[in-house]
Design a protein around this ligand. Structure first.
Ligand code: AFP
Length: 325
């Protein structure tokens, strides 16, 4: 693990230099001499790949920038999934960005995660690494120095609500409005690394990326974004759920799968659970009422064969709906 930690630190220093180039953010295609430039996120991906290639304990890497996994060492035991430059669209406007790493043992998957880490490139470069505890490090004169251990409070004051509001479900909007009317303050930059970092360091709050009408399964990727932050929030004494269950109990079928996600301190996470459980109950009730009504109507027609067929189809649909909730 130590060599992975070191490789992440070396990558962070190289990424800082890559970001700190005059042309980056103004033109993604050509630099001032007219030479073709690699897009910054691809450049960062290659930096991390290069540093990880030096670490013999890494078996396989998966990156937000790569379609497929890449095997580095057949004998390694760690599987590392990373987002090299999350929020890269914010570089243009000089807002903070970051890299996220999920470290898995034996194979990719939340239940195999053994550590996770992110690096924030803001006015300063900071790194948060969680194994048993969550620790904050600061880049000073070319080296990362330990600053402190991070613990979340039981209740916070900040709200980072992701996703396009017009595509939110009404119950989600009501819940977020409810937090604001309790006095929560809006803190959303559009970069999950600085937004979650702020909530973590200021003691608590809620970051949400719900299912929306255009993205029913959310936007954020399980292996590179959701699981690493869920791990960090849980190790810091907070919670991470998909509205219903702990994010760390979710599976994945593809390395680029996304998940609906909420990260926060206990108070806010409990509220999300309450609101989402109520919504699931109501949806179930509505569906059962609809079924009863349909059966009664069909019974009145006394077309028994048709009733059986329709009831069968409805029950199958019901079971499918149950499975998807
Ligand atoms: P980009 O990497 O495309 O800038 O996306 C950033 C991000 O993945 C994550 O860092 C943000 O929290 C989230 O997307 C913001 O998405 P919305 O703009 O839809 O809220």
């Amino acid at each position: 693990m130590r060599d992975i930690f070191d490789a992440i630190q070396r990558s962070a220093i190289r990424i800082k230099d890559a970001i700190d180039v005059k042309d980056i953010g103004y033109s993604q295609l050509e630099n001032s001499s007219g030479e073709t430039q690699l897009q910054l996120d691809i450049q960062c991906d290659l930096i991390i790949q290069e540093e990880f290639a030096k670490v013999s304990s890494i078996h396989t890497i998966a990156s937000e920038e790569k379609e497929k996994e890449m095997v580095l060492n057949e004998n390694g035991k760690y599987f590392v999934a990373y987002d090299p430059l999350d929020g890269s669209s914010l570089v243009d406007v000089n807002l903070s960005v970051g890299s996220i790493y999920g470290i898995y043992e034996g194979e990719f998957g939340a239940s195999h995660m053994v550590a996770s880490c992110y690096v924030v490139h803001g006015p300063r470069v900071e790194m948060v690494f969680a194994e048993n505890k969550t620790k904050l490090y600061l880049l000073q004169n070319g080296a990362f120095e330990f600053v402190k251990e991070i613990r979340l409070g039981a209740k916070g004051k900040l709200m980072a609500p992701g996703g396009t509001q017009q595509n939110w479900a009404p119950y989600h909007k009501k819940m977020i409005d409810g937090f604001f009317s309790e006095g929560y303050r809006l803190r959303y930059s559009g970069g999950m690394v600085p937004d979650l970092h702020q909530i973590l360091l200021k003691g608590g709050g809620l970051f949400s990326y719900p299912g929306t009408s255009d993205k029913p399964e959310g936007k954020l990727r399980r292996l590179f974004e959701v699981f690493p932050f869920a791990f960090i929030y849980e190790k810091s004494g907070g919670g991470a759920i998909d509205g219903k269950v702990d994010l760390m109990t979710l599976g994945h079928s593809h390395i680029h799968d996304t998940a609906i996600c909420f990260f926060g301190s206990d108070y806010e996470i409990d509220r999300v659970k309450e609101v989402y459980a109520k919504m699931h109950e109501q949806t179930k009730d509505k569906f059962e009422l609809y079924l009863d009504e349909m059966i009664q109507k069909l019974q009145a027609c006394q077309k028994r064969k048709l009733i059986k067929a329709v009831v069968f189809v409805s029950l199958t649909l019901g079971a499918l709906l149950e499975m998807s909730m």
